[in-house]
Structures are given as C-alpha cells and as structure tokens.
Ligand binder design. Sequence first.
Ligand code: GDD
Ligand code: MN
Length: 256
Amino acid sequence: SAAVQVSSVMRSTNKSQQRGDKYSVLLPTYNERENLPLIIWLLVKYFGDSGYDFEIIVIDDGSPDGTLQVAEQLQKIYGEDRILLRPRAKKLGLGTAYIHGIQHATGNFVIIMDADLSHHPKFIPRFIEKQKEGGYDLVSGTRYRGDGGVYGWDLRRKLISRGANFLTQVLLRPGASDLTGSFRLYKKEVLERLVERCVSKGYVFQMEMIVRARQLGYSVGEVPISFVDRVYGESKLGGNEIVSFVKGLLTLFATT
Ligand code: GDD
Ligand code: MN
C-alpha cells in the first residue's frame, strides 16, 4: 500500500511542481465588478486542470463600482494563498499597477493579462508550454500571427491598434508581431529588469517592455491568441492614452 501511495503522489505532482515553478498572475482592475468573478473562476479552472502552481494578484485602483469588495468575497472563496489583494487608493495607471503587483509576486514566472475577459485563461497552458519548449525569457500573446485575431472591435479601434504596431515596427524594428498586446508571460527576474528600464506609465508600457526586451537580447516566444472585446464595462483607452503612446514611441525612437 506504501507503493500505491507513492505512485499516486507522483501522479498528482507534475514535473513543474517538482521543479518548484510558480506562476503569479497580475490582474489590474478598474471597474471590473462584473468580470472579476468569471475571470478568476476560469483561471482557477485552467490552472487546476494543468496542475501548475499559481497565485492571482488583484491590483484594484480604488474602483468606484466596488470591484475591491467583490475581490474580497472571491478571496474568501478561493483562499488567501490563491487570491492576493494589493489595492491602491486611486487610479494611478496601468503601467504602475503592474510594477506594484510585481513587488508582491512570489512566483518565479509572472503572467500579465487584462481582467475584462478579453484575454482567455485557456491560452495560459500554451504560454507555459511554449516557455518550457524554448526556455524563453518572455512569451508574448500575438493577435497578428497564425490563428491569432481580434474580435468585436470597431474599425477605429482596429486602426489604432494596427497603426500603433505599424509605427513601432517601422521606427524601432523590434522583431515581434504584437507590440501593444498585454497578454504575456515573463521570467520574474527578466520582468524586474525590464521594469527598471521602462520610463512609460500608461498603455505604451507594453510596447516599451517588448522593445527593451529585444534590446537587452532576451528571447521572445509567441503564442497566437484571440482577443475578444469586453462585454461588461468599458475600455479605459482614451484620446489621452493615444497621445501618450505616440509621445512614448517618439521618445524611444529618439533615445534608443
Ligand atoms: N489598476 C488599474 N489601474 N487597472 C487598470 C487601469 C488603471 O489605471 N486602467 C485599466 N486597467 C485595467 C482594466 O480594468 C483591465 O483589466 C485592463 O487594465 C485593460 O484595460 P482596458 O481598458 O480593458 O484596455 P483595452 O481593452 O482598451 O486595451 C487592451 O488592448 C490594448 C491594445 O491592444 C489592453 O490589453 C491594453 O493593455 C492593450 O495595450
Ligand atoms: Mn479591455
């Protein structure tokens, strides 16, 4: 019976857990009350099925819709070792939300994704497999390769995204197909080093991260993803963000 016990323990402990790999998922939220229960349920489901160790770090920026109270309820359901709450008092921007979250991550890998269900957790096992396959420093979800795509955006939004990617490709030639997407997996020490060098704070942060990664010679793997526009709530990407993206791009172009 001892032998039976040992073999069943071995079966439930996969290789990644034996190596001690742990994945910290950063979920920045601003007014995501309706989306948070579902995204967390899906994360727990896909991580549970794949057997990888994980934690979810919710970084709420004082959402007026009560997102933090919903997150507290979810923490009671799933446990404090799975759901970590690292809120901030007010809306301080997406870039700094990630930086704040990384400081609390206990995993050796960090996954960054949106909380509004535009990024489906079903892709995460593919990110992890891809990373292991090539030992990549970062794995980037791409909407612009293979069977990746965008669903539900109007023409204006598609043009903004394509335009931002095209301009960046032309000016900086970073050699990755999706520069503005934010669904990515990083080795934690790589992410920390990249963050130290990044000057931008808003949405342009994603682009700067992958450009800097290439400059520093980090290896980048890509996984095609489908990005589905949110059903609940609204995008926080406004005219200001577009202006600051172009400014950030030109700054990078001038300084690198
Ligand atoms: N904590 C915090 N603070 N979270 C924020 C903030 C903020 O200031 N602004 C946005 N968020 C959260 C949202 O709640 C959501 O979970 C995620 O960040 C993405 O915000 P959205 O407003 O849904 O972004 P989007 O759908 O317009 O933009 C997506 O596509 C862009 C272009 O491809 C994001 O993936 C962007 O990162 C990406 O650049
Ligand atoms: Mn969104």
